[in-house]
Design a protein around this ligand. Structure first.
Ligand SMILES: C[S@@+](CC[C@H](N)C(=O)[O-])C[C@H]1O[C@@H](n2cnc3c(N)ncnc32)[C@H](O)[C@@H]1O
Length: 264
């Protein structure tokens, strides 16, 4: 597996509760922004449990959709999703796609680029498999700016003097590095945008349960904490999250997106 060993996405149902509900919200906006004509052949790299693949099938009127992810468990979950229709799935890595040159009209990575150890190689692969004029696009929570829905955990663990197990290429998710990455891959008509959503939990328990599921970067870190460290983490989180009068918790998540075309 190419990702760092303590960052695992091996449980499709847990991913759905931790991140799928937020990724779908931004995913829909991202899809509209990609603006790919109906009838396109799509490649969804790092498709995970198929949350975004389902959006492509439902809203982009594709003629074909191929998803690929290194996690066999996530791919298994994706294959069983009721809404994936015509989509097909493979287990594989963004840095060595098992597809021929010029096969797709759109090749996307939804919330993946920061997990790819060599992002430039990942984008070169997107470009290689695109037809001339095809669209390569990605969106990623802005991790350096604290835009990821799990940011309160990262921030609080750091304040407690602990490494928060960030993805291997977290820095690439900021606006300028993403734009440089796309231009560096030789893509044309490069455009950037950002998406903002409100992340909402009914109460602190809902927030804690969703964020401590055994999936994603923060899971292994939290599992390794001693009971008194868990109490301290909870205490600090409660203090910082400032629940509303009804106990609910809301904050903003921010993602950067970039798109560009393969030159003809
Ligand atoms: C945050 S999830 C995003 C899943 C899905 N695209 C979505 O929008 O909900 C990140 C995904 O990247 C995948 N991933 C990690 N390293 C990868 C790599 N080298 N190549 C392709 N996918 C990778 C993980 O297995 C995981 O499913």
């Amino acid at each position: 597996m190419s990702q760092s060993s303590d960052i695992q996405f091996n449980d499709g149902a847990a991913y759905e509760r931790l991140m799928g509900r937020w990724s779908r919200k931004v995913g829909r906006e991202f899809l509209r922004w990609c603006n790919v004509p109906a009838g396109g052949r799509w490649l969804d790299v790092g498709c995970g449990n198929g949350a975004f693949t389902e959006e492509i099938v439902a809203h982009a009127q594709p003629s074909a959709v191929q998803g690929i992810d290194p996690s066999p468990a996530q791919i298994d979950y994706a294959r069983k999703r009721p809404g994936v229709g015509l989509a097909r799935f493979d287990v594989g890595d963004a840095q060595a796609l098992p597809y021929g040159n010029a096969e797709f009209d759109a090749a996307v990575m939804a919330l993946v680029i920061a997990f790819v150890p060599d992002p430039a190689k990942g984008v070169a692969e997107l470009a290689r498999v695109l037809k001339p004029g095809g669209l390569a696009a990605t969106y990623m929570w802005d991790i350096p700016a604290g835009g990821v829905p799990t940011a309160p955990f990262y921030r609080t663990l750091k304040q407690m003097g602990m490494d928060a197990a960030q993805p291997p290429s977290a820095e690439i998710s900021a606006r300028e590095p993403l734009e440089r990455l796309w231009r560096g891959a030789g893509l044309a008509d490069v455009e950037m945008t950002e998406f903002r959503i409100t992340v909402h939990f009914i109460d602190f328990e809902d927030f804690w349960q969703a964020n401590t599921l055994p999936v994603g970067p923060q899971a292994a870190r939290i599992k390794a904490l001693a009971p008194d460290q868990v109490d301290e983490l909870k205490r600090r989180l409660r203090e910082q999250l400032k629940p509303a009068a009804d106990g609910s918790i809301s904050y903003e998540a921010v993602a950067n997106a970039v798109k560009g075309r393969k030159r003809g």
